[in-house]
Write a protein that binds this ligand. Structure first.
Ligand SMILES: [Fe+2]
Length: 285
């Protein structure tokens, strides 16, 4: 069997580094609405927020820093093993400083310039563990890409993600790929489309009633759901989506499937019922 993160060095999405033209406004949203607390940031151009199993670093676009998405490894040995493997593939592993990870974290670039970081969770005040708030564990991030095959090959063949499910259109072209880095159905996914942009990120809750509570929380500040509630075919998770003040899409999910090591990738037809078995879907183009 070929190398897989899931089997050898499981990784989970730990934090996002988001760039914004208005970091103050975005930080206010994640502080108040997502129940996160500032644990760093030295000026108006950088805010570091941590909540219950979720964390985000927000920097001003004008600062030229970021963005990246950060995956936490279980221990130093596995982080070292992964770095060595990536370097053996000829990939540059740049040191990541002043981050939400312990010293020793590094960042790699994918073929289209997205930056993915690997590191170890903080053990001090910046830890995401044992914090109060509604359950919402940062769990996956998704991108639209103009070169689906190229980026998926990178994340599977080089980084070690495993394909859990593919969505295939009527002409046999792959439209969506769901990738796992541990036992959860996907921690990363890519949609084929006309743009290269961030699609959404997702918080996994503990149960369906948490979806209700988050829905009520967004209702209280007049943020409407734009997709869902429903159930995804691939992953079988319940979900809804809203947007933050920058238009970034947040998903809240429950009951995301788990997938065994070596499981054969599933194939789904490209249609509304695949993206939402309960009915209407947001179709990327
Ligand atoms: Fe999602």
């Amino acid at each position: 069997m070929t190398f897989s993160l899931q089997q050898s060095t499981p990784a989970r999405l730990h934090h996002l580094h988001v760039v914004s033209d208005n970091p103050g406004r975005l930080a206010e949203f994640y502080t108040s609405q997502m129940q996160m607390t500032s644990v760093g940031g030295t000026d108006h151009d950088r805010v570091v927020l941590v909540g219950r199993d979720r964390a985000v670093e927000i920097t001003a676009r004008s600062s030229g820093r970021g963005p990246h998405f950060g995956y936490a490894m279980r221990n130093q040995e596995e982080l070292n093993a992964l770095r060595k493997r990536l370097q053996n593939h000829g990939l540059a592993c740049q040191a990541l400083t002043a981050s939400l990870f312990q010293p020793g974290a590094f960042v790699i670039g994918d073929p289209q310039g997205r930056r993915m970081a690997f590191g170890l969770e903080m053990s001090d005040a910046a830890s995401v563990a044992s914090r109060d708030g509604l359950p919402a564990r940062l769990q996956h991030t998704v991108f639209q890409t103009t070169e689906l095959e190229r980026v998926v090959n990178f994340y599977t063949d080089i980084v070690g993600f495993s394909i859990s499910d593919e969505v295939v259109d009527d002409n046999g072209r792959v439209a969506v790929v769901f990738l796992r880095s541990d036992d959860e159905h996907h921690s990363l996914a890519f949609f084929q489309g006309s743009r290269n942009e961030w699609d959404h990120h997702c918080y996994e809750t503990d149960k369906w009633n948490d979806i209700r509570d988050w829905g009520d929380r967004f209702a209280a500040i007049d943020v409407p759901i734009f997709f869902g509630p429903g159930r995804h075919g691939p992953g079988n998770n319940l979900f809804f989506m809203v947007t933050d003040p920058d238009g970034n899409r947040l998903e809240f999910s429950a009951e995301l499937a788990r997938v065994a090591v070596g499981a054969k990738p599933g194939v789904w037809p490209h249609g509304e019922r695949t993206l939402n078995s309960w009915g209407r879907a947001w179709m990327r183009s």
